[in-house]
Design a binder for this molecule. Structure first.
Ligand code: EPU
Length: 456
């Protein structure tokens, strides 16, 4: 790919072949160099929705150039929000003053593309009195129901009607603060409550809330807008509704999922990667596991350097809500664990179908057995969940090239990293999904010395 790209990931570097779907990868070379991570996918998209709540325009900075952002931008535009480039690269100015009810056909054009449309409900109900939600998309990693979201909206006084087109939600009597206890600390449902409660009449008490750093950053955005939100002990969030919110100016929190992905890529390929923009605080749990797995890191002011500290060691990991080990971190870690000196276990407790990607790793020579109903294990920190699956990874197994198809965002990233760590040539298909969450992915791979061509 050298002829197409400069070895840089700065703002000016253009990602070529944006429609690329298939890569030919020649593995066996360590990834070495520097990449920059921008704002978090899982904050930027929600902060963009929050702009709908303001009486004045908002500016969001460090927005990653990923397709999920494009979907939300387009949905805001069909609702009459004016979205323009901001005053610095990677920023957007969002002006909601012309917001209107969109036609179902326009909304439906985004069906299946992302899960963010569900978060438009509260802001649209406040603004227009109704919200239309298409069939939702996102990664196919389990059932991904929306019952917590709908129950929360009903608690605020909304009426939810399901039709063959999608879901129509109305609030003829306005929205009133409520006492809500989530059955599970869902990230999306917590955001739903925040985006609805800030302008509902009265106080909302949300119990068993998710407290991911991206949620704390969304709370910071809403506070800048004029919201009154306090975070109490034991996952309780109190929101005092206000009549009016204004626009915000905000720089997104960095993408800790992307940072962890590149860290695992350094571990898996025996490389050395400096991740500019990565911060320690939001990654404490990941860094502990990375170190136990034989990784070495150095936290600096402008980022974190990652490489192996010796041989890779087996670990037992349980995914969990924050402050636990994120479900989005296990896939690239598993690639590295195929090279560990012994047996590792990864318990997936957040989603019921997020270990299927390991089939392709087995095709590449890994020895991974997935237990669909989970397995008992001593010293568990996270109680077993009905949804649990577990992967047992026996290492070290040399990886070899294969022809594989990307199933979802994080699984897809792992396939590319596995192919880069493997001896020989691999074909990785359907790589377009990876652009949902990884900005300038090919540019960054190239800057790190990956040997690959776009072939389709
Ligand atoms: N759940 C329900 N009912 C609901 C909502 C959730 O049963 O109404 C269940 C889910 O099925 C799942 C669990 O609760 O088993 C947790 O789901 P959560 O709502 O926390 O996830 P989400 O908001 O849909 C976000 C991220 C995911 C990330 C999870 C967990 C976004 C756009 N997505 O999803 O990110 O894995 O939180 O941290 O913020 C990714 O980036 O690749 C990704 C999938």
């Amino acid at each position: 790919m050298k002829s197409l790209l400069s070895a840089s990931t700065d703002d000016k570097a253009e990602e070529p072949d944006v429609s690329a779907e298939t890569l030919r990868i020649r593995g066996g070379r360590p990834l070495t160099g520097r990449v920059e991570v921008k704002g978090a996918k899982n904050l930027a998209t929600k902060a963009m929705v929050a702009a709908l709540l303001g009486e004045t325009p908002s500016t969001l900075r460090d927005i990653p150039g990923i397709s999920d952002v494009n979907v939300v931008r387009s949905l805001l535009e069909v609702h009459g929000v004016t979205v323009e480039e901001g005053d610095e690269p990677g920023s957007l100015r969002l002006d909601p003053s012309g917001a209107v009810t969109a036609h179902f056909e326009e909304i439906d054009a985004h069906a299946g593309a992302s899960r963010i449309p569900i978060l438009f409900c509260g802001p649209l109900l406040h603004l227009l009195g109704e919200a239309l939600i298409p069939d939702l998309g996102g990664c196919r990693i389990g059932d991904r129901p929306i019952n917590f979201h709908m129950d929360a909206l009903r608690a605020f006084g909304a009426i939810v009607d399901k039709s063959y087109e999608g879901i129509r939600i109305t609030a003829p009597d306005g929205l009133t603060g409520a006492e809500i206890e989530l059955p599970y600390p869902s990230v999306g449902a917590t955001e739903q409550v925040l985006l609805t409660a800030v302008k509902a009449k009265g106080v909302t008490e949300l119990r068993n809330a998710a407290i991911e750093p991206e949620i704390m950053d969304l709370i910071a955005v809403l506070q800048k807008m004029g919201a009154i939100i306090s975070y109490e002990p034991n996952r309780v969030i109190l929101i005092e509704g206000v009549d009016e919110l204004r626009g915000y100016d905000h720089r997104c929190i960095f993408d800790r999922n992307e940072a962890a992905s590149w860290a695992c890529a350094a571990l898996a390929t025996d490389g050395d990667i400096f991740v500019g923009g990565a911060r320690q605080q939001e990654m404490l749990t990941f860094l502990n596991v990375f170190r136990k797995a034989g990784g070495w890191f150095d936290v600096r002011e402008d980022g974190i350097q990652f490489r192996r500290g010796g041989s890779i060691k087996p670990v037992v990991v349980e995914t969990d809500v924050h402050p636990g080990f994120m479900t989005d971190w296990q896939q690239p870690l598993i690639v590295a664990l195929t090279q560990a000196e012994g047996t590792s276990v990864v318990h997936e407790t957040v989603y019921e179908n997020r270990l299927g990607f390991t089939d392709a790793l087995n095709q590449m020579g890994a020895d991974i057995v997935v237990h669909p109903d989970g397995i008992a294990s001593s010293d568990r920190r996270v109680p077993r969940r009905a949804l649990e699956q577990a992967a047992v990874i026996n290492g070290p197994t040399p990886l070899h090239g294969a022809d594989v198809e990307v199933p979802d965002l994080r699984g897809g990233y792992s396939y590319v990293i596995a192919a880069l760590a493997a001896e020989g040539e691999s074909i990785v298909r359907n790589v377009g999904i990876i652009r949902r969450g990884y900005e300038k992915f090919f540019t960054k791979l190239d800057a790190l010395g990956a040997d690959f061509d776009v072939i389709g």
